[in-house]
Design a binder for this molecule. Structure first.
Ligand SMILES: O=C(O)CCC(=O)C(=O)O
Length: 342
């Protein structure tokens, strides 16, 4: 289970050939993401209704134009993320034997799953990815490794705080679609919603222009909130062009996912993104995907469908089945949406 990225000799100047992803090194390049929208969360929850309405309109524009935005002033202390990343690094520095109990045993619905590269690292990957991960289901039931000491506590605290931010953001997204604040939350039965948390580590890579951390993909949930240790690496696609997201202190990065595209009948799109690597610095990230309840049958919501002028563009599917199918993907398809597109 040792990740080859981890066992590389420090002086080694080339990646193992099964990590070569980019045929043309220039394909890892991207435009600077300085025009990516930034949402001021304090305005979204402001008592000043004009300020709030302006923010909702910015949020709607970000969802329509980018399927992605940064969130500042979200109120979650930066220190919590720093502690989380310290604990995540402590986890990574445990021996392979110590981590063995967290390896996937039954399948992608394992509540705790540690691994390297993709979900099925040895059986299916043609090209391996330059990352190790820990995947946890943290809602409706909270699951976490019991070591190192303090890891579980910080994961729970962050996940609880992020859920509060998620609820407000989803309310803002609903309002931007001119439906009541609780509309998307209720349609997706978010009280029972699946929250799937992934911590990633991307070690310095001797040939970052050839390797990739995570290849282009969309996320399966409604939206994903991402925090990092301040090292850049996330790139998003807009109109066929790649943009590098600038990692700004204590800004959350939010990308819309497949269930948002389905529920809104394509008004808001799930954004394609990827993680690239660098040769200098360890990059750490924590991605939290907020999705509907496991048994929620997700279809385009009635308010976004009109049989004559705007028929449903997606078939319905139970969210639990969608998630399993997405995570079991053996073809490395960019998006699972193709399963349900009409
Ligand atoms: O680490 C990142 O920037 C991206 C993470 C991601 O896309 C994922 O975990 O699915």
């Amino acid at each position: 289970m040792a990740s080859p990225a981890r066992s590389l000799d420090k002086k080694q100047s080339a990646i193992p050939s099964n990590y070569a992803y980019f045929k043309n090194p220039e394909d890892s390049n991207a435009l600077p993401g300085d025009s990516i929208p930034v949402i001021d969360y304090s305005h979204l929850i402001s008592k000043d209704l004009d300020q709030q309405a302006k923010c909702v309109s910015q949020l709607g524009k970000a969802c329509r134009d980018w399927g992605f935005f940064l969130v500042k002033n979200h109120g979650i202390p930066e220190k919590l993320y720093e502690t989380l990343f310290e604990k995540w690094q402590e986890f990574n520095s445990m021996s392979d034997d110590e981590k063995l109990e967290f390896k996937m045993t039954k399948g992608v619905m394992d509540r705790i799953r540690f691994g390297s590269s993709n979900n099925f690292t040895t059986r299916y990957d043609k090209v391996r990815f330059w990352r190790d991960y820990l995947k946890l289901f943290v809602h409706p039931d909270f699951n976490s490794p019991h070591k190192p000491a303090g890891f579980s506590e910080i994961l729970l605290e962050l996940s609880t705080k992020q859920r509060g931010v998620m609820k407000k953001l989803l309310g803002g997204v609903s309002k931007s679609l001119e439906v009541e604040e609780s509309y998307l939350y209720n349609m997706a039965e978010m009280d029972k919603g699946i929250e799937f948390l992934v911590t990633n580590v991307y070690l310095p890579c001797p040939q970052p222009e050839l390797a990739i951390g995570i290849p282009p993909h969309t996320d399966f949930g409604l939206f994903t909130m991402l925090a990092s240790n301040g090292v850049g690496g996330l790139q998003i696609q807009q109109k066929g062009k790649w943009f590098s997201v600038i990692a700004q202190p204590n800004h959350l990065m939010v990308n819309l996912g497949d269930q948002m595209e389905i529920l809104t009948n394509g008004k808001y799109k799930s954004v394609v993104h990827r993680a690239i690597v660098n040769s200098e610095t360890v990059r750490l990230s924590m991605a939290t995907s907020f999705g509907p309840g496991v048994n929620n049958f997700v279809v385009p919501a009635p308010k976004f469908v009109c049989t004559k002028t705007n028929p449903p563009a997606y078939r319905g599917m139970k969210y639990g089945d969608y998630l399993i199918s997405d995570q079991s993907n053996t073809t490395n398809a960019v998006t699972s949406l193709d399963m349900v597109r009409i």
